[in-house]
Design a protein around this ligand. Sequence first.
Ligand code: FAD
Length: 559
Amino acid sequence: MSRLAFSNLRRREIIGELADQTFDLLVIGGGITGAGIALDAQSRGLNVCLVDMQDFAAGTSSRSTKLVHGGLRYLKQLEVGLVAEVGKERAIVYENGPHVTTPERMLLPIYKDGTFGRFSTSLGLYVYDLLAGVKREERRRMLSREETLAREPLLKKDGLLGSGCYVEYRTDDARLTLEVLKKAVSLGAKAVNYMKADKFLYSGGKAAGVEATDLVTGSRHTIFAKKIINAAGPWVDDLRELDRSRNGKTLHLTKGVHIVFDHRRFPLRQAVYFDVPDGRMVFAIPRDGKTYVGTTDTNYSNRMNMADPEMTKADRDYLLMAVNGMFPDLRLTEQDVESSWVGLRPLIHQEGKSPSEISRRDEIFVSPSGLISMAGGKLTGYRKMAETAVDLVVKQLERENGGSLGGIRPCSTKTLPISGGDVGGGEAYHSFVKKKTEEGVRLGLDSRSAELLARRYGSNVDRLFAGIGRYAEQGADSGLPCEWWLMLMYAIEEEMALTPADFFVRRTGALFFDIASVRKYKEPVLRVMREKLSWTDKQAAEYAEELDRQLRQAVEPVC
Ligand code: FAD
């Protein structure tokens, strides 16, 4: 991929190229579902375009619990097939992107009078290991009360009988989405953020393209494609409405909130998945010097605000109640909440079911115009969802072509590393990080920064290291330390970042896990981005205000 193929510095040219051709496939939505589909289709040899009306991953795909998980909770709902599928998928996600997926041991504490006893937990985890095809070294272990407290001394002691210990995989959902999309672009796909598809174009009653608005300049564009997939997450029904095909099954949105504490205030050693008195389960997960807790699960009906759902006091209090119930010595209060995020689950409505009971399965709807809509599902199952969707597209194109399509290859994403993932999982990844950390130190970085870059960017870290020389000439006066400047340059030049929120929320996750640095570096980041991306005064003011609003919203709930 040329250095600026995925850069808003080349935005105008990239958009110009969209008008020149009829794509095989247009994907609307650059969350994990759309990114996965773009990669699958492009890697089979289809010519793909993807647009997102916000930044990539700005919808649900940067607002999840950030676990590539085996779906233990679905076992409770007896969704055996789903457990088997997502369990196998998470191993694939790990191998193809070890830099965005980290194994994390999780405790499932067992209490006298709790939902699960020792026997049922042991049996449940055994069945889970079996169904999900869990690696031998990651299979469940049952721990005594003493062993449990040795692992996590903060747990409530009253009534504690022991625990089950199993492995989940932690991810950075937004970076996972970006790495999938970057791989698709490196293979030739076109992808543009802040481009809203707002009208379908038809030929002979069949969807043949869209009119789209560039939300940065207001200019209008036409994109033609043989097939169109609606991967708009919570907005899937809005696009079906636009296509006049919103009937039959519809979406059911539920809201999930997470809150973040500093690790010094909530020094959790070990991730825990625990019961809450209302019968739900909540995660507490240590990460990058913080501990985050979530999630809530409540119906959401404010269709006027789907881009930016807010945390209410009730959401925050529910999570504080949950966490203080399980870790009573901490006495956490609202003052301890350092950041938060809120996401909407785009689930498929099931009559009479509560938010937590609704299935997380994905489904495809094909409208009379041929618009393919994909909804439901999980981050974890993105690759398999994409395979199913692209199988359908290829079958339809073959039928319309009167037989087979020349040059189209079978799905290969099971073994296709995503961008930055060309290092292999397990030991290979650990030695890669070690080697690259040493290299970064030789190039002048301190070892903490070098390691952070190696871990976060995987095999793309060389692109960042290559900028170290440039920092002395162009970045040293910016007010940013070297590693921040390198990340910012990479985000602008190779990851299509356009606004400070793109950088601080979805390229680095700093708004959630390092909010102090956002406050510290926001002015220099605004200055550098303004100069590099030639913002107008109006844009500079809008983007600064947007970042301030996100900073406020992360800590201040609405009533
Ligand atoms: P989105 O990420 O929302 O992407 C849709 C995109 O479409 C958006 O970026 C939007 O801007 C764009 N769009 C909409 N309309 C238009 C238009 N007209 N033109 C152009 N673009 C448009 N899954 C897991 O596997 N593990 C977890 O730990 C997990 N935890 C979760 C916790 C919470 C609280 C929530 C809410 C979800 C969680 N999930 C988890 C589920 C997972 O996050 C979602 O299934 C997934 O992110 C959905 O991705 P998506 O691409 O379908 O939607």
